[in-house]
Design a protein around this ligand. Structure first.
Ligand code: 4AD
Ligand code: MG
Length: 434
């Protein structure tokens, strides 16, 4: 120990120049190489990566030996002096005086020869999340979520919470995960929408951020069985008001990432462009024609399949809406147009580049008799929706809302090939570990 006063700092602060010159850094040895008698360790500390050097004469003798023998991913504490060095990543280096291995790592199992498949990396996800791309994706994801908190606060929406154990199927019975609930039938929540609707009379404009569960058997690059959803709902609002919130939210998420996460976008090789509002709109009928022309035609009334959605997504430069879905492709609660009883006042927010759906929103039926008729016409068990129906007896104005998938949105903004890369520990039809 030198007795010098090294101030706690971080890689990010050192690189930005906002740091004392004698610093202490705590992190992990991401890489090591030796040039002549010089040892270079790339230190990762959660804020970024910074080069540490160790040199005989400058580094204390015992510390020099520690640096020399440090294994990849060991946890280390380094004390040293910040120096400008054009050859170092980020133009700065910390010349170590003291180098302490706090927890020595065994040989790192994720080597080029060991990685035979993408799924190996996800089997080792508890370790592979330390990679620069995984870190960059998580930083982008955090900005997406952070932007939502600011956007809703600035626009007067109250944050609520809702249960995860539920009895009603918001989005239809086929993707429910049943759970044993003391002898009662229960499921994991697919969407908090009904709880949002109940909260309207108390709070007028609400939003929520919580997990949603779908027993999606489909193995695709955009389906998880557990994902995080941001949902919003407002009273005395129609579908136009709703679309404005949807596009405003996506725009502020995108801007936030562009402002704060340029380095991460570069790490991910992502060119993200800002887009202007209002977003373009394509009706379901027009979308059907686009798909048809590209050879992915489908029947009017059907949901838009994966290939057709991809073709439609590729037809636009910026995110856009597909509006006016047929009732047959939508959940029971959707309001239709008075003169077009088979067409709903709903929309999907679609990302370009072939990515597809990020969000779904619409205006809800607020009249009790109309909702009852809809439930009966679709042969749904009205008992499961008793409190949802009862809301309509006690002052339910026109209202509308939407849900946007956090991982789908992160996937598009960060330019990730597969949705699982947008989740720290993804859950898919074939994965429930780690
Ligand atoms: O389109 P969805 O099913 O709509 C609802 O759940 C509405 N009740 C929301 C509302 O109006 N409050 O789901 C909303 C979004 C989708 O657009 C998609 O981004 C995401 O949630 N999502 C999934 N993300 C990952 N994996 C899955 N299996 C997903 N299912 C839906
Ligand atoms: Mg949807």
């Amino acid at each position: 120990m030198t007795g010098r006063d090294f101030k706690r700092s971080t890689a990010a602060r050192v690189l930005s120049g906002d740091s004392d010159s004698d610093v202490e850094l705590r992190g992990w040895a991401a890489r090591k190489h030796t040039v002549g008698g010089l040892i270079f360790v790339l230190l990762r500390d959660g804020t970024g990566f910074i080069q540490i050097s160790a040199k005989k004469g400058l580094t204390e003798p015992a510390s020099f030996e520690e640096a020399k023998s440090v294994t990849m991913e060991s946890a280390v504490v380094v004390r040293g002096t910040v120096k400008d060095d054009r050859r170092a990543p980020g133009g700065k280096e910390v010349s170590s005086v003291e180098f302490e291995v706090v927890s020595r790592a065994e040989p790192w199992p994720i080597t080029k020869t060991a990685v035979k498949s993408r799924s190996f990396l996800f089997d080792k996800r508890h370790l592979s999340i330390r990679g620069p791309k995984a870190i960059a994706a998580m930083k982008v994801r955090a900005e997406v979520i952070g932007a939502a908190f600011d956007f809703f606060r600035d626009n007067g929406f109250s944050l609520i919470s809702a249960p995860t154990f539920v009895q009603a199927a918001v989005e239809g019975g086929s993707t429910l995960f049943p759970v044993e609930y003391f002898g009662k039938e229960a499921y994991l929540s697919q969407s908090a929408q009904f709880y949002e609707e109940a909260s309207l009379a108390a709070l007028q404009k609400v939003w929520i951020y919580q997990p949603a569960f779908r027993a999606e058997k489909s193995k695709t690059n955009k389906h998880l069985t557990e994902f995080w959803m941001i949902e919003a709902e407002q009273a005395f609002a129609d579908q136009e008001d709703n679309l404005a919130v949807m596009e405003g939210l996506l725009s502020s998420m995108t801007r936030r990432v562009l402002e704060r996460r340029q380095a991460e976008l570069r790490t991910l090789g992502r060119t993200l462009k800002e887009f202007s509002l209002p977003l373009p709109r394509v009706t379901y009928d027009e979308a059907r024609e686009i798909a048809e022309k590209k050879g992915f035609g489908f029947e009017w009334g059907d949901d838009i399949g994966a290939e057709a959605e991809r073709a439609i997504s590729l037809s636009q430069e910026s995110p856009f809406f597909i509006t006016d879905y047929p009732l047959s492709a939508r959940a029971f609660y959707h309001m239709t147009y008075p003169d077009r009883p088979k067409v709903t006042r709903s929309a999907d927010l679609i990302a370009p580049e072939g990515v597809g759906e990020l969000a779904t929103g619409g205006q809800r039926i607020h009249d009790q008799a109309d909702l009852m008729k809809r439930i009966e016409s679709q042969d749904l068990p009205s008992s499961a929706f008793s409190w949802y129906l009862e809301l309509r007896k006690y002052g339910m104005p026109p209202h509308a809302g939407f849900g946007i998938g956090v991982e789908r949105t992160t996937r598009w903004i960060a330019g990730l090939k597969h949705i699982r890369s947008a989740s720290l520990f993804p859950r898919t039809v074939s994965r429930i570990s780690p």
